[in-house]
Design a protein around this ligand. Structure first.
Ligand code: FES
Ligand code: FES
Length: 152
């Protein structure tokens, strides 16, 4: 099937998409957007988190056909050209990126939190990021990054 989807503000099209294909696969393999990561492909880790119509979703659990006509924003779309979004920059500045596999999903989840709650408490940050697993950092630097982004 042919998929029509708006990605990061741009109308995109993918041909020969098969029925069981995930939105994550389309983004990474067909549309050249490898920011969203495939770590579990089971909805467990959050590494594939993107916005769909403004709501964060695990793109590995979204069938490509469900994205027809929708607006998707990936971690790539948060930056303004070469200028990182405040959440992206804060992850860098706080040293919250190690292997980086979890980072795109955490950045999208934190971005969504700060849109909804500009000055979140630590429990609110922990709750918002509870669906995003990191195997490297121990989470403290990630919390620091979100706290830093909230000040910017
Ligand atoms: S790759 Fe989608 S939740 Fe882990
Ligand atoms: S930085 Fe490696 S999984 Fe989070």
């Amino acid at each position: 099937m042919r998929l029509n989807v708006t990605v990061n503000g741009e109308a995109r099209q993918a041909d020969d998409v098969w029925e069981g294909e995930s939105l994550l696969h389309v983004l990474r393999e067909r549309l050249g957007l490898p920011g969203s990561k495939n770590a579990c492909e089971q909805g467990e880790c959050g590494s594939c988190t993107v916005y769909m119509d403004g709501t964060p979703v695990c793109s590995c659990l979204v069938a490509a056909g469900q994205a027809e006509g929708r607006e998707v924003a990936t971690v790539e779309g948060l930056a303004d050209g070469d200028t990182l979004d405040r959440v992206q920059q804060s992850f860098v500045d706080a040293g919250a990126v190690q292997c980086g596999f979890c980072t795109p999903g955490l950045v999208v989840a934190a971005h969504d939190l700060l849109n909804r709650v500009p000055q979140p408490s630590d429990p609110e940050i922990r709750e918002a990021l509870a669906g995003n697993l990191c195997r490297c950092t121990g989470y403290e630097k990630i919390l620091d990054a979100v706290r830093l982004a909230a000040t910017r």
